[in-house]
Design a protein around this ligand. Sequence first.
Ligand SMILES: [Zn+2]
Length: 388
Amino acid sequence: MTAGDEGFLTLSIGVRVSPEPVVIELLHRYKDALNYAIKKILDNNLKTLKQVHNFLYRDLIEIFNLPSRIAVDCYRDALANANAWRNNPKRGKRPVVKKLSMLLHPGSGYRIKDGYIEIIGGMRLKIIGWDRRYDDYKNREARLIYKRDKMILWISKKIPKPKKYTPIDVIGVDINEKKIVYGDEIINIKKDTAIDKAYKYVRLAEDLQRKYSSSRYLVWRRRKRILNRIRSYHEKARNILIDWTKKISLEIIRLAKDLRYGVSREDLTNLIKSLRKLPKDHKTKLIIMGYSRFERWIDWQAEKHGVPYVKVDPNGTSLECPKCDYKGLEEVGYRRFRCPRCGFEADRDVIGKLNVRKRGLRKLGIIPRGGALTPLTAPQMTDVNPNR
Ligand SMILES: [Zn+2]
């Protein structure tokens, strides 16, 4: 998933294939060749594809026995890796690729034929599972990845962005580490985020790590099993968070689309930046990941569904009156605030949501059907997450 440009979206379509030993072996050789090429590119400060070709093409074929087309993709991949490292101001050690992941060019590097993926050099992989929704769009560059006994070819495709409609109102989205609240002045949907649920698994991993860090347990076999369990807990936490983010983003975008609304969310860039400065405990890491994934997914879903969206300044969204803009609401109960100027009163979450909506309406230049902003006469419906 990557955001698109000028009227196009770039998506990656996963094609699951049955792993063949000969291809796994090729992936290992490719990885070794890639690391060799990255090292040579950095050692010799190679910059252009032509330089890289002259320097490495023969080696990749002769030392690593790569088919010629794959050798070309391999040094292109290496140059991209080397450039990413060179352009990173905070770069640490030189990059070493550990994943089994091979770049493949459509046509000369791979093609799809009769239920198989054919890779140059006569290798064939049987297709097991496939998302066929984007079959009509051209296959572009792909990446073959082998991880945990699963082999997937991720094919990149360009699809035209759907045309955006003119929104009649805006769904405001307010998110914090515990809750997400979204809706307009009538709709108020409130759900728990997945941070706490994900954190439970991180804690299990930490407990295991603590328990087995004593030297008694350093016997290799045992240690490896424990490390795998620790890793799987971390992975579980990550998956919980990613699944939640995808699901909630889609729910919000679908609601907006059904109502012909736009979506307004807070710009979390600065919040994420300041979180990054904190000590890197596991919970902070989860929150950072949660926020940045959320931003990416909701924008992506909006693009994909043709829903107009904006991000707004998050400053003061919880202390400003959504009705009259007065800054300085007074606390009148637990998380409950009141405007001393106009008398408007609501829960903190609701106020956040309404202000995000209000800023979105202004940014998109929409005057909602009710006319003036937020005449809060309707009762606030609350939908509490049932999975809790
Ligand atoms: Zn007010």
